[in-house]
Design a protein around this ligand. Structure first.
Ligand code: KG4
Ligand code: ZN
Length: 339
């Protein structure tokens, strides 16, 4: 038989469900929302409405693919935060209601912790402790992962997240949302010939808002001289921006590795899908003798398999969520994870 958990993710603009049986992912279904593209960012009201439409078919599909009946589930898990309140509410209320109806426990999952535990979905799985650079649309963190549910954030951004820097700079160049994957694609055809300054912040701190501003001023100055500057230089602009972001991320990761003495390194979150980051990490790993862990792209961007993986370890500890709890858009994870 084994432990069977249904997990739901709805923190931003992807409605996802996954079934895990004894720590093995049996299904991983996702419905992504396309309409935000034309608005240049996620529109919260539209996102919640779309989650509402997608959630039942996505859950049904995940159960069907896994060959598991809802009555056979041992627990229902869901992302509790961080994320957009309206989006979180749809998934959390659905999960809570299903758990209540089935008389099964509810497991609340921290979205960023789940991004890190995506490393345990497939081999090669890192051993503890390892250092994880967690980079998404809302977060940029350096985390010492001591155990599945025991993690310590040792550095983070003081302003924008790395994904935000990609998306906002992309918007300035007229690219659709989310611009990260588009910049990744265009950067492969360009040369990083434009230089942007590296921010001066604390040792393990990140800052991307200065980069955003200098990118904007640079574009404005160039457009004054040549109105078609962006079109003519799009690939090189993308390559330059990506190169700067990747260098900032890897320099901090190197510092964190030096400070902690940890040479087992992972990357997680949407931005870890970036090919420039992945190849620069491989080069750095060779130079510094790191052992690196990079999940499949499918498990880097938002998905429910990572929520299911986290729920599996919380289930083993009988770490369940009270039915009186609610989603937390700014959920801190220290309280849940650092022991
Ligand atoms: O983890 P994620 O899917 O959602 C959040 O938890 O935020 O991350 C989304 C972010 C967006 O900013 C998106 O532009 C970025 O990840 N992203 C990328 C790539 N794929 C997704 N950034 C750069 N290169 C990519 N290939
Ligand atoms: Zn995410």
């Amino acid at each position: 038989m084994g432990v069977r958990i249904l997990a739901i993710e709805s923190s931003c603009d992807d409605t996802a469900a996954s079934v895990i049986v004894d720590g093995n992912i049996r299904s991983n279904v996702i419905a992504s929302q396309q309409m935000h593209k034309i608005y240049g960012g996620v529109v919260p009201e539209l996102a919640s409405r779309a989650h509402n439409e997608h959630i039942l078919p996505v859950v049904k599909e995940a159960l069907k693919e896994a060959g598991v009946e809802k009555q056979e589930l041992d627990a229902i898990a869901c992302t509790r935060g961080p994320g957009l309140m309206g989006s979180l509410m749809v998934g959390f209320t659905f999960a809570k209601s299903l758990a209540f109806a089935l008389g099964k426990p509810l497991i609340d999952v921290h979205h960023m912790q789940a991004h890190i535990l995506a490393h345990f979905i497939e081999d090669p799985r890192p051993s503890f402790p390892f250092l994880c650079l967690t980079v998404s649309g809302g977060h940029t963190q350096l985390v010492v992962v001591k155990d599945y549910l025991d993690m310590e954030i040792i550095g983070e951004t003081i302003d924008d997240a790395a994904g935000e820097a990609f998306d906002k700079a992309g918007k300035m160049m007229g690219l659709p949302y989310p611009a990260g994957p588009v910049i990744d694609r265009l950067a492969a055809e360009g040369i990083p010939k434009f230089d942007f300054p590296e921010p001066q912040v604390g040792e393990l701190e990140f800052s991307f808002s200065g980069l955003k501003t200098s990118f904007l001023y640079f574009l404005k100055a160039q457009i004054k001289k040549d109105p078609d500057f962006i079109e003519k230089n799009l690939n090189d602009l993308c390559a330059s921006l990506q190169h700067r972001i990747v260098t900032i991320l890897l320099n901090k990761l190197e510092k964190a590795s030096e400070n902690t003495g940890i040479k087992s390194i992972g990357i997680a979150g949407g931005v870890s899908a970036n090919r420039g980051l992945r190849s620069a990490l491989t080069q750095k790993a060779e130079a510094l003798g790191w052992e690196t862990y990079v999940p499949k792209i499918l498990f880097c961007t938002d998905n429910a398999a990572m929520i299911a993986m986290t729920a599996h370890y919380k289930y083993l500890q009988k770490d369940f969520c009270d039915f009186s709890e609610r989603p937390e858009p700014r959920l801190k994870w220290e309280a849940q994870t650092v022991k």
